[in-house]
Every structure is written in structure tokens, then in C-alpha cells.
Ligand binder design. Structure first.
Ligand code: BGC
Length: 759
């Protein structure tokens, strides 16, 4: 793979540190230094204003705008798309020394350090501002609360090194933020107030009429000492403090913020944010966050001994994953870039159920349930989409924020069925890992029925009716368009039919009232179930038994072959260098397709089959998607191809820290972050969760001395420690777990058991 690391940040176990500021790296650093709590997210932008490249990203989950897509009159092509919109700049602040304004693109400064502390979630920045009249040490700190969704805090400290003179500090709330791609503000500021002690502002999106309100209090020695002026501008409300900074003097200003959006939890705090703000202070926020992160790391840390870079990398991934999603808000999803940038429009993809769900499932089942709930909450939209596509049932969108399809590329939005089958997979995986059937019964079955209905009309039998499958589709590999019998699609559809029928049988047997209610409401008949069974039985899975090879789609084996290694590095990314149709007419693949289902249902396939397919498809894959390397690494580890497994793994944990794809500035690769976790736990740890019993088969990369991970399974915390030749297992907070280790069933409890690693 033509990917090269760009080393910029200092390597430390629990911190990401930028020493000295390189403006060329400013947008990338903004994305890396993003803070979030699922409800809101802010990029690490310079809050004092910056005339260099900056994306003032302040986002709220589920807050979006809508635009009309390019005029396309064909039926089924999306006419409107929705995108995450950057909202209030709650960090708004300006600082002047006399007449001189601080702007790191123009001002002189020294000793710049920016630090993200992953143990507390604190982002801080320190530097010495060299003004024309002397030096001032400036420090800013910010936090987004992991405990109370709506809360965030900011603190400024200024200390004179040898500066004496007038200073002006402005701090408040600004709704004049322009959207990156749209290059204009998409908000109407409908209310604002600046008065002693704090500010208030309310914005409304111009098309979707979504409202965001922001409240802030201001306190500290600057507020006490300074002459105060309240300023209300068209889109902003802030307080200006003027004061004289004396030599040796150190002053501070603290801003506590409370942001209310349509996704806010109802409750007292929301009813009276101003009063609630009185209770807030930066130190309290800091303390609460530190405790939250301590509890989280105790449950979820991965330690790597003998590899400082990947140690930092995997902690960054875990940190960002929790910031993006931990089940804090009912009905939110995970955007492909989280809340860290505007690429992919803040849309969520099939990535959620196939890549992110395992991480969440092995840490917090309630959070996992909440994530799946998004698909239930948006089922009506999926039903409408099915109608738009001449189908029945539910067709889940390939890219979405509110449940509506937001992808106006018909090749993807109309041909990819994997978002729908991923929902079925997610419900199944939740049930498999948690053994909790209540979600399936309460919410899952209705979705499963609707997805099966779509699958039963979107597919077709061939002429002699011997085979059922999908014609004119695009599988996960987006380099093969409008193909017939894509193996992944057919296999996932078969799985969906079979699983749904199993759930129906189970619920019938239990004579569940819930089932009777659903069957009646949905008009589910015996004949319909029979039809699904027949279609599942007739589902065509293209497979060459002699070669033990699945064929990615009918006709794939006959496609012209190209040597992907011979493509010059300068031609990547291919989407920018090759015409669209040129990409589609050969056997090159973008990301795992056959290998994807061999990963998802790994326990159902022999190692021999996995090996032959891996060896066939891996050389044809260019990993144009960041979803790709980790899946290859996991399978390579299973096949004892240790060097390959490690080579593919290299990109995973440091994809964004080292900007491997040179596009981190657009936002973090959230799916790749989740895949990095799977890469260690499923790859080197050999965890498999799709069989009858949870199984482990750890191996260790040659260059590591050891590694340790923790998962919550069966409501118990399991610690897995792998050394060069040994594996130590124990439960950490009581209870015992039955699992399979290297194919032997073992029972693990609080007393550590050590096993030899087979050679
Ligand atoms: C991949 C898709 C993925 C999307 C969002 C695309 O490049 O091909 O599989 O869902 O990115 O991550």
C-alpha cells in the first residue's frame, strides 16, 4: 500500500502533543485535537481567531441542514441531501495587547505546545506571545463534559513575562460561523443577550429550522478586574474586558457553557440553563471528566508493551471512539467522521453496525442497544425509501443523518443493499453477544420483517427459477458497479431471511404476545414466511468448489486483470486520477467484499477456505477505503501470516495521527478507528464472537513484548494479557466466563489462569 506516515505529534502513552506550530499542519491538528461527547464536538481550532487555514468546526449530533441536490429527474435518485452543520462558536474569544490583536498566523510567538490529555479529556495550549511591547504567556484550556451532555468549559490564563499595558479580552458566543463547503453561514441568529456575568444566543438553521441555544457564564480575575462592556452584534453576544496587565501579574477568565439542541435530554437542567450555569465551574468539569475517563480506561484500555507508537495510537482510537459515541443520547448514530469534520457530510453508513458496533458491544450493552435503536427510530424513512426504489418493506440509506437517504450518487444509494442487511446483522450480533433477546422482540423483529420484505422484492429468480439473488447491485467493494449475484449481498440476504425466520419461530414457540401483536400489525403471513424460506434456499452463492473460491459476483473471474502494484503512487487516490468508468472495468477492488463476510461470519468457514480467498482477493485490493486494511490484517493474523498482519495493522492505529491518507484535515476516520480496535482484539487477540461460544486465539506481533486488552462479556470484565509465549486470563470484577481458548473450552474467573501459546 502506498501509504507513508507523516510524523508530526510527539509520541507519549496517554497524551498527544504538538510542540511548535506548523501552519501547514493546522487543519490536520484541528481534527486530531477534536473534543466531543457524542452530543457535541469541536475541532481543535484556535478560538482567538486565526487568519490562516481554519475550519471552525463546532457540531451537534443530529443538527443538520438540507440542500437540493443537482437536478436529476430519474425516479429514486435523491433530490435533497442533509449534512451536519457547524453551529455556535461557544469558544469565541479575542485578545488584544494595546492595539495589537493576537493571530497566530501573523503574531510573533515562541514555545508553542498543544496537548490533548486522554486521561482527562483536557485540551490545552500554551505559548508566549511576543507583542511589540513585551511578552505575555498565554494558556487556553477546554473541556467537553463526558458526564453532562450539554456542558463544556474554557479557561484562559494570561501572565505578563515583561509586558505592561492595556489589554482587551472579548469572550462570548458567536453564531456567524460559516459552513466549510457551503462557504456561508447557514444560521439565522434569532436571539442574543450579553450582560454582566454571561451571554446567551439562539440560532436557527435556515432550511431545517433546527434551534441551538447557547448559554455561558464568565468569571475569574479578568472579569473582576476588567472594565466590562456588553456587546451584541448581528450574530454574536460577548463581553469585552479592558484592564492593565502589570509585570509578574497572572490573570484568568473562565467560561462555562451550556448548549441546548433538539437532542438535549429533557429535564430540570434544560428547563433553566441559566440557573444551572451558576453551579458550573471549570475545576468541577475537569474533576468529573477525569473520573469518567479513569473508569473508562479501567474497563477499556489496551496496553501494548514494546511499541510506543501503536500504544499511543490505539489509546487515541479508544479515546476518540468514546468521544464519538458512548450511548449518551437516545437515537444518535456515528458519522463516518464523527463530529470532527464536514467530509461525508456528517452522515452515518453501514460502518456503524459492521465496524463500530463490536467495540460498543464489548464495553456497554446499553450503549449498543441505543445505537441500534437509531435504525428503529428511522424505520419509517427506510420504508419510504423502499417505495421510492420500487420496493416494499424497508430500504435503509447508505448515508444518513436523520434516517433519510443523503447520498445522491445512485450507484451507491440505489444499488447498495448492505446498509439494510447490516441492520439485520447488528440485531443478530447484539443478541449473540449479550444473549438479550428483548431488543429483538421489542424493536428488532419489526425491522427484520421490513428488511426481508425489501429483500424479497428487490431480488429475482433466474430464468429457470433455480437461483435467487440480486441483479444490478453494488456490494461493499465500490469498484464493481451494477453487478449480478454479488456474493456478499446474496449471502447477507440469505442470512437475513434465515435469521428473521428463526426469530419468528422462537417467538411463536414462546407464544409471545409481542409476536402476535407485531404479526398482526405488520400483516405477516405464513405464505410470506414460506416465500422467504424458498428464496433463502434458492439463494445463489457463487462458489468454485475446486478452487475453494467465492466469486465476488457472477462474471468477476472473467474480468480483465490489472496488477494493482503497478499503478504509480501519484495516481492515488484513484477517484481523482481515473475516470469513474475506468475504475469499474477490471478486477481491481477497493475494499474487502468476499473477505468481509469471511470476517463477519468467520466461524462458519474453514481456514482452508479463508486462506484461498484471502490469497486470491488481497492482491487485487487497493485499500482505497480506510475500512480495508484492518479486515485484511485480522484475516492475515488468523492465517498466521504475521508479517502481513502487522503491515496492514500499521495504518490502523495511527491513520489520523500520522495522516496516512493525507485527508485527516477533513475529519477523523471514525470507522478506521473502530477497525483499529478490532484489529487488535479480533486480529492479534483472535477473538471470534459469531460462533456458539466466545473464542480467543491470541498471537503476538514479533516486535511486541506483550499486550493486554479488556472486554465486557456476559456482564463481566475479562482481562486478556498476551506475552511472547503465554496468555493470562482473568475476570476483574468478579464472576466467571466460559469461553474457548485455542479451541479448548475453559472457565475463567477472578484467579488468573496462564496458558501456553501454541507454537
Ligand atoms: C467506503 C464505504 C463506507 C464509506 C464511509 C467509502 O469509501 O467504500 O464502504 O461506508 O466510505 O466510511
Amino acid at each position: 500500500m502506498a501509504k507513508v506516515a507523516n510524523h508530526y505529534f510527539k509520541v507519549e502513552p496517554f497524551r498527544v502533543v504538538e510542540e511548535g506550530f506548523n501552519p501547514k499542519y493546522s487543519l490536520t491538528a484541528e481534527a486530531v485535537f477534536s473534543l466531543g461527547n457524542e452530543y457535541m464536538g469541536t475541532r481543535g481550532y484556535f478560538e482567538e481567531g486565526y487568519s490562516g487555514a481554519r475550519l471552525l468546526g463546532s457540531y451537534f449530533n443530529g443538527v443538520y441542514e438540507r440542500r437540493t441536490a443537482a437536478a436529476q429527474s430519474y425516479k429514486g435518485i435523491v433530490q435533497e441531501t442533509e449534512f451536519m452543520v457547524n453551529a455556535v462558536d461557544w469558544l469565541y474569544f479575542r485578545i488584544y495587547a494595546g492595539e495589537e490583536k493576537l493571530d497566530l498566523a501573523k503574531s510573533d510567538f515562541r514555545d508553542f505546545t498543544r496537548t490533548l490529555d486522554m486521561k482527562t479529556g483536557l485540551l490545552s495550549r500554551e505559548f508566549v506571545w511576543k507583542t511589540g511591547s513585551g511578552e505575555i504567556a498565554v494558556k487556553t484550556e477546554r473541556l467537553v463534559s463526558m458526564v453532562h451532555n450539554e456542558e463544556a468549559g474554557w479557561r484562559l490564563t494570561v501572565a505578563s513575562v515583561d509586558y505592561t499595558g492595556e489589554m482587551t479580552v472579548c469572550a462570548g458566543l458567536d453564531f456567524g460561523t460559516t459552513h466549510g463547503p457551503e462557504k456561508q453561514s447557514l444560521w439565522e441568529c434569532v436571539d442574543k443577550k450579553a450582560q454582566e456575568g454571561g451571554c446567551y444566543i439562539k440560532g436557527r438553521t435556515k432550511t431545517t429550522a433546527m434551534e441551538v441555544e447557547s448559554f455561558c457564564s464568565l468569571q475569574g480575575s479578568i472579569a473582576q478586574k476588567g472594565n466590562m462592556t456588553s456587546i451584541e452584534e448581528e450574530n454574536a453576544a460577548y463581553i469585552q474586558y479592558s484592564f492593565v496587565l502589570e509585570p509578574g501579574e497572572m490573570l484568568d477568565l473562565e467560561k462555562n457553557v451550556y448548549n441546548v439542541t433538539p437532542m438535549s435530554r429533557a429535564g430540570e437542567e434544560k428547563a433553566n440553563p441559566a440557573a444551572y450555569l451558576q453551579e458550573m465551574c471549570f475545576e468541577k468539569l475537569y474533576r468529573e471528566n477525569s473520573e469518567w475517563w479513569q473508569r473508562t480506561w479501567e474497563k477499556s484500555d489496551i496496553e501494548i508493551m514494546g511499541d510506543a507508537e501503536n500504544q499511543q495510537g490505539i489509546r487515541f482510537c479508544i479515546f476518540q471512539m468514546f468521544q464519538t459515541y458512548h450511548g449518551a443520547v437516545r437515537g444518535t448514530n456515528i458519522g463516518a467522521k464523527g463530529l470532527t469534520g464536514e467530509a461525508y457530510n456528517g452522515n452515518a453508513f453501514w460502518d456503524t453496525e459492521t465496524y463500530c458496533l463490536p467495540f460498543i458491544l464489548f464495553h456497554d450493552r446499553e450503549a449498543a442497544k441505543n445505537l441500534l435503536y437509531f435504525r428503529y427510530a428511522t424505520l419509517e424513512e427506510a420504508r419510504k425509501r423502499a417505495k421510492d426504489l420500487d420496493c416494499e418493506g424497508a430500504f435503509y440509506p447508505i448515508a444518513t443523518i436523520s434516517g433519510r437517504e443523503c447520498c445522491n450518487l445512485w450507484q451507491h444509494a440505489s444499488l447498495q443493499l448492505q446498509a439494510s442487511t447490516a441492520v439485520a446483522y447488528g440485531i443478530w450480533l447484539y443478541e449473540k453477544i449479550t444473549k438479550d433477546t428483548s431488543f429483538t422482540e421489542e424493536y428488532g423483529l419489526v425491522m427484520l420483517i421490513a428488511i426481508c420484505r425489501m429483500l424479497a422484492v428487490r431480488g429475482d429468480y433466474n430464468t429457470d427459477k433455480s437461483r435467487y439473488g440480486y441483479y444490478g447491485v453494488m456490494g461493499p467493494d465500490e469498484f464493481q458497479m451494477m453487478v449480478n449475484h454479488n456474493c456478499y449481498t446474496n449471502l447477507m440476504a440469505k442470512f437475513t431471511f434465515c435469521y428473521t425466520l428463526r426469530v419468528i419461530e422462537r417467538m411463536k414457540k414462546e407464544a409471545s404476545e409481542c409476536f402476535a401483536g407485531i404479526a398482526k400489525k405488520e400483516g405477516l403471513s405464513e405464505a410470506e414466511c414460506r416465500d422467504w424460506m424458498e428464496k433463502a434456499d434458492a439463494m445463489y452463492i457463487p462458489y468454485d468448489g475446486n478452487k475453494k473460491l467465492f466469486q465476488q459476483h457472477e462474471g468477476y473471474f472473467d474480468l480483465p486483470h490489472i496488477d494493482v502494484d503497478a499503478i504509480p503512487v501519484e495516481e492515488f487516490p484513484l477517484y481523482h486520477h481515473w475516470t469513474y468508468d475506468r475504475i469499474y472495468r477490471n478486477d481491481m477492488i477497493k475494499q474487502p467484499d468476499v473477505l468481509m463476510f469471511l470476517f463477519l461470519f468467520n466461524s462458519s468457514f474453514s481456514e482452508e477456505i479463508i486462506k484461498s480467498n484471502y490469497e486470491y482477493y488481497e492482491p487485487r485490493c487497493i485499500h482505497e477505503s480506510s475500512l480495508s486494511p484492518s479486515i485484511h490484517s485480522i484475516l492475515a493474523a488468523q492465517l498466521h501470516k504475521s508479517k502481513e498482519a502487522f503491515d496492514f495493522f500499521r495504518f490502523a492505529t495511527r491513520m489520523d495521527l500520522d495522516n496516512y491518507n493525507r485527508n485527516t484535515e477533513e475529519g477523523l476516520h471514525t470507522t478506521s478507528i473502530a477497525a483499529a480496535w478490532m484489529n487488535i482484539v479480533y486480529g492479534f487477540g483472535g477473538l471470534r464472537s459469531d460462533g456458539d461460544i466466545l473464542s480467543l486465539s491470541p498471537s503476538i506481533p514479533e516486535s511486541w513484548e506483550g499486550y493486554k486488552f479488556r472486554i465486557v462479556y456476559d456482564e463481566k470484565l475479562l482481562s486478556v494479557e498476551v506475552k511472547k509465549d503465554k496468555v493470562a486470563l482473568k475476570t476483574l470484577q468478579g464472576g466467571s466466563i466460559r469461553l474457548s481458548l485455542y479451541k479448548n473450552v475453559v472457565v475463567i474467573d477472578g484467579k488468573e489462569r496462564v496458558f501456553e501459546m501454541p507454537s
